[in-house]
Design a protein around this ligand. Structure first.
Ligand code: PLP
Length: 412
């Protein structure tokens, strides 16, 4: 008998049979409200009929035709649709399969474009598991330790994690910006700094929204030293936060934007968008991969963007996010161990703490396990593992959010 690698450790005992919308039907007959969305991927819910139909139809036409050899229509259509929703000026799009690959591409592009080596990332950031992406990732030691040395030329600057510092947001932002300036003087000179990379909401780092003033401060420093600002929208993009892109809560605009996850409702595709001038600083062959921009995944992405628009899912994420947040805050009022409730849109989280206010990872894990008994699937995260993240599909209804909240209360 064969067995799965111990590297594939599963957080719940659930084996999926079928899934539709916000629900997973397990092979033992149990039904689960899925507030994990495949780690923020199934944006239009599981098996949305439009996405299924688009993928089915495309599979009968052409599955794979690598874009370095011949182009296929879904990728052209996707590019047209994407440039319609991308920030102005980001009119050139490159495709890969996963978030990490597009992050790697952005690091290469930032270095090629500036001729400088260093990338500055932020404490608690998660940008993927490939070696370069892992070197930018500090959302917990497990993503880096044991296989060093990882990529050089990376500096990690403080993130304004107000709750953990015990500060208000303004104080945390002032501190983090000052530390960034100090780093630019003492460790990574402007002449050596190719770019900054940051998420609009730290994902695996604990669903910490990046304060708008901080993102704007990073943008300002990138402009000042001629470095590139990469905004990693892999988890926060495509409506998840209640705006199409998470960075739209601030006035800062990226030079390079990375999107993946929710883009195709579960089909593997990612994109790196930049201005044409910047993109032209790389060269054909400097980026790429056999499967990048797959035709079926691209067709599913086109369908996903259509559903997001037609069904008003960005607005739904905002409204249902407010409902979820209000429900969580109500539960928090009588439970001091729910130290912090935070997030944007349908990207909400609870940070668990012990009697001394210290991170309580076992509590987060226990809530996740207890939720399974309540028929609710949740994820944990946070650099210290003490955060439960709640990621409903963007199609979640009022009744589903209410049901999720009462199951969550049962788990607490
Ligand atoms: N960046 C962010 C913000 C992510 O949340 C993730 C994955 O969780 C990645 C990058 C890496 O994406 P992937 O797992 O598709 O390689």
């Amino acid at each position: 008998m064969t067995s799965l690698s111990p590297l594939l450790k599963q957080a719940t005992p659930v084996v999926v049979d079928t899934a539709l919308g916000s629900w997973i039907n397990a092979d033992d007959g149990k039904r689960y409200l899925d507030f994990t969305s495949g780690i923020g991927v199934t944006s239009t819910g599981h098996c949305h009929p439009d996405v299924v139909a688009a993928a089915r139809e495309q599979t009968g036409k052409i599955i794979h035709a690598q874009y370095t050899t011949v182009m296929h229509k879904p990728l052209l259509e996707l590019t047209e649709k994407l440039t319609g929703v991308l920030p102005a000026g980001l009119d050139s799009v490159y495709y890969a399969n996963s978030g990490s690959e597009s992050i790697e591409a952005s690091i290469r592009l930032a270095r090629m474009a500036t001729g400088r080596p260093n990338i500055i990332a932020f404490h608690g950031g998660f940008h993927g598991r490939t070696v370069a992406a892992a070197s930018l990732t500090t959302a917990g030691t497990k993503f880096r330790s044991g296989f060093s040395p990882i990529m050089g030329g990376v500096q990690i600057a403080p993130f304004p994690y107000a709750f953990r510092y015990g500060w208000d947001e303004d104080t945390a932002v002032d501190f983090a910006l000052r530390e960034l300036d100090y780093l630019l003087k003492s460790i990574s000179s402007p002449e050596d700094t190719a770019g900054f990379i940051i998420e609009p909401v730290l994902g695996d780092g604990g669903y910490l929204p990046t304060p708008p003033r901080f993102l704007e401060g990073v943008r300002e420093r990138a402009d000042r030293i001629g470095a590139v600002l990469i905004i990693d929208e892999v988890q926060a993009g495509v409506g998840r936060t209640g705006k199409f892109w998470g960075h739209e809560y601030s006035a800062a605009k990226p030079d390079i934007l990375i999107t993946a996850k929710g883009l195709a409702s579960g089909f593997p595709i990612s994109a790196m968008a930049a201005g044409e001038d910047l993109m032209a600083k790389g060269w054909p062959g400097s980026q790429g991969g056999t499967y990048g921009g797959n035709a079926v995944a691209a067709a599913a992405a086109v369908a996903t963007l259509g559903v997001v628009e037609r069904e008003g899912l960005v607005e739904n994420a905002r409204v249902r996010g407010d409902q979820l947040r209000a429900g969580l805050e109500k539960l928090q009022a009588s439970r001091p161990f729910m130290g912090d409730v935070r997030g944007l849109g349908l990207m909400q989280a609870v940070e668990f703490v012990d009697e001394d206010g210290e991170p309580d990872a076992p509590a987060a894990a226990a809530v996740q396990q207890a939720a399974v008994d309540q028929g609710l699937l949740l994820l944990t995260c946070g650099a210290l593992g003490n955060v439960v993240r709640i990621i409903p599909a963007l199609v979640a209804t009022e009744a589903e959010i209410d049901s999720g909240l009462s199951r969550f209360e049962g788990a607490l």
